[in-house]
Design a protein around this ligand. Structure first.
Ligand SMILES: Cc1cc2nc3c(=O)[nH]c(=O)nc-3n(C[C@H](O)[C@H](O)[C@H](O)COP(=O)(O)OP(=O)(O)OC[C@H]3O[C@@H](n4cnc5c(N)ncnc54)[C@H](O)[C@@H]3O)c2cc1C
Length: 466
């Protein structure tokens, strides 16, 4: 395999390139955006102004793909946080504070900028900006397996639709094509043009909306590393997290008809009306920078390319182009990093361009995303009031997870740590059914749950309230 073309230089595309780069091979990353030299939001990643949490498992996977990344991110100002220091509220109450897992909090543009800088310096990698993937053609016998057609930014797809002539077009030869063009992926259309059967698309959309402002506050301004208020059916939620440079993002979320307002006074009122006014007070604690950034494309969507019969060799999809999650669970980049590790392993086995290798990789990627998919779609079905695929086993599991959350809200740090390890994808959901946790649950039922965790003191004014 000599030529790899990756369509999309977002997080999934960059991590895929990191996994596939090696001497003697060209990995070409194509992106429709002009890619900035400094960390800043860009049009091709409209979610870039929203908070982006890299789960613990995701941070480890990126570190594995790009050794030293953790130190670089921290040196660039990312805030190191133990997730047990977050003030975390759910319907049963506040979670207890205790040591859990390390994460680094930083803006999406900074994380992407540092990853792009590292990946661009890898052997054989070239990043080509301002070209849009516009089609896919099979190569001829004896030539490259694929041709990826592109159009320069500002030029239209149709030959007579550009601003003059067809000079903006180019075709890139590839032994392997990786579609990493995110939610905007055109792969379903390209497959149809190749005469392939359509892949089933699975969707669960709770219509979650985000509205975010940046507030100038030092990272240690609060009595907690960050604040999370979980949303529930019919009630909004939100979060406040620090990032590099002395800024916090304060975000309101709401599902369905509960739309977080796009104007600052409306957003402040929305935050004040949440089950706890902690986020409203954080938003008022520092100067607000810029306007409210909103985002509404958040549905869970999975393309079942892994089920398409006769899937062509040398073509895979990763990241949001394969499976996009409701982002409130913070899983997208982590799953993209796990997929990149799978790409690297398949490449090392020589399986990527072998007959059936691309289909095997797609099956592996869907498997890697299966637990996050179940978490996100299960929660979103409840949020949207949609009937779930409820077997008696999953109903029982749901009740037990509710019980663990209740135990945690009454101070059980072991239950809280177990939930957190599953959420951060470092332990399988089955770990929540280990005998020691079941015994704790039984004991709580028999002897009582203990006092609820008190509301954390977040700001000096909270201390005065006490
Ligand atoms: C509001 C919001 C908040 C989020 N928060 C989190 C979070 O906390 N944690 C987390 O892990 N994930 C989060 N995510 C998800 C995360 O953004 C994605 O899962 C992650 O970036 C992986 O995406 P990707 O690389 O597949 O797509 P993207 O990051 O969207 O990148 C796609 C790239 O492809 C390019 N592109 C698109 N079409 C073409 C084309 N035809 N030709 C060339 N280039 C093209 C785009 O310019 C872009 O650079 C959030 C998402 C949203 C919407």
């Amino acid at each position: 395999m000599q030529d790899v073309v990756v369509i999309g230089a977002g997080m999934a595309g960059l991590l895929a390139a990191a996994a596939l780069a090696r001497d003697g091979r060209t990995v070409t990353l194509l992106d429709r955006d002009l890619l900035p030299d400094v960390p800043q939001p860009r049009p091709g990643v409209p979610q870039g102004r929203q908070p982006h949490l890299l789960l613990h498992r995701g941070l480890s996977a990126v570190e594995d793909l790009l050794p030293g990344f953790r130190d670089e991110l921290q040196a660039a100002g990312a805030v190191a946080v133990d997730t047990g220091d977050l003030a975390w509220w759910g319907p049963p109450g506040w979670a207890p504070r205790a040591r859990q897992l390390e994460v680094l909090l930083a803006s999406r543009p900074l994380v992407e900028h540092l990853v792009r800088r590292r990946v661009s310096a890898l052997p054989g990698v070239r990043v080509v900006a301002a070209v849009r993937g516009a089609g896919l053609r099979r190569g001829e016998e004896g030539g490259p397996r694929w041709w990826v057609d592109t159009v320069e930014a500002g030029w239209a797809d149709t030959p007579d639709g550009g601003p003059g002539d067809a000079d903006g077009r180019h075709a890139w030869p590839a032994d392997l094509v990786v579609d990493a063009s995110g939610r905007a992926s055109r792969l379903p259309v390209w497959l149809r043009a190749l005469g392939l059967p359509a892949a089933r698309v699975e969707e669960v959309d709770a219509h979650v909306g985000y509205a975010t402002v940046r507030v100038r506050l030092p990272a240690d301004a609060l009595g907690a590393a960050g604040v999370v208020l979980l949303q529930q059916r019919g009630r909004g939620g939100g979060l406040a997290l620090p990032a590099e440079g002395g800024w916090w993002t304060v975000t309101a979320v709401g599902a369905g008809a509960l739309r977080p307002p796009r104007d600052l006074p409306g957003l402040r009122a929305y935050l004040a009306g949440l089950p706890d006014d902690a986020l409203a007070r954080v938003a008022a604690a520092g100067a607000v920078d810029g306007d409210v950034a909103s985002h509404r494309q958040t549905g869970n969507r999975r393309h079942r390319y892994d089920r398409v019969r006769g899937w062509p060799d040398g073509l895979v999809a990763v990241g949001d182009a394969l499976c996009a999650f409701d982002p409130v669970y913070g899983q997208g980049i982590t799953v993209a990093a796990l997929e990149a590790q799978a790409l690297r392993a398949a490449d090392a086995r020589g399986d990527l361009t072998a007959p059936g290798g691309a289909a095997r990789l797609l099956r592996e990627c869907v498997r890697l995303g299966a637990v996050p998919w179940r978490i996100a779609t299960g929660e979103d079905r409840a949020l949207a009031g949609l009937p779930g695929p409820r077997s008696p086993v999953s109903a029982l599991a749901g009740r037990w997870i509710g019980e663990l959350t209740r135990m945690a809200a009454h101070g059980d740090t072991v239950a809280q740590a177990g939930l957190s390890r599953v959420y951060h994808l470092v332990a399988p959901p089955t770990s929540l059914f280990r005998p020691s946790l079941l015994v704790r649950g039984l004991r709580a039922r028999l002897r009582g749950y203990g006092p609820p965790v008190p509301r954390p003191a977040l700001l000096p004014v909270d201390e005065a309230d006490r």
